[in-house]
Design a binder for this molecule. Structure first.
Ligand SMILES: [Zn+2]
Length: 174
């Protein structure tokens, strides 16, 4: 990549998702890319949280909300970081509409080994959503009725209450 001109690099980034280059590049990244953000793409920052354009965007206008600190999960965010992220999500939708004329937005945060790539630095994708072609859901034949699905979670009420208490104790200030 070092031998590419800046203009060629920009085109490579633009096309990487469809050219297959992305997968190739991804294999060779050794460090945490979100600890090492290029300030050229960061367009706003408050309280240690940034909004930055995605280098390998899904769609024009796609950007990310990322805390500067290398944390893996929402539970590791400070109240100040979370409050800032909440504000940025609010801003994001308006910004996409203002900039791209697109009224819809998906916020995507992949969590867990089967959903997440190699990045262990939490980030929220803000993806302009105009047509459902960007991600197609493949619905599955269900094993359970809605009432059965609800019952399975309702049975876990005690567990949920315990998790809520645990979260408050471990990750929230008084
Ligand atoms: Zn990191």
């Amino acid at each position: 990549m070092a031998d590419l001109s800046e203009a060629d690099k920009q085109i490579m980034y633009r096309d990487a998702r469809v050219s297959g280059k992305y997968d190739e590049i991804w294999q060779s990244v050794g460090k945490c890319v979100f600890c090492d953000l290029n300030d050229k793409y960061v367009f706003y920052e408050e309280n240690g949280v940034v909004m930055t354009v995605a280098l390998f965007a899904y769609i024009d206008g796609h950007f990310m909300i990322i805390p500067r600190r290398h944390v893996r999960s929402v539970k590791d965010l400070t109240p100040s970081e979370w409050e800032t992220m909440r504000k940025f999500m609010y801003i994001a939708k308006k910004l996409i509409r203002e900039t791209h004329g697109i009224k819809g937005m998906q916020i995507v945060q992949k969590d867990g080994a089967t959903a997440q790539s190699t990045v262990e630095h939490i980030h929220f994708h803000c993806v302009p959503f105009d047509q459902p072609d960007l991600n197609t859901w493949h619905y599955r034949q269900l094993d359970h009725t809605p009432a059965e699905n609800a019952a399975m979670y309702q049975d876990k009420h005690e567990k949920i209450a315990k998790l809520s208490q645990r979260f408050a104790k471990k990750y929230q200030d008084d």
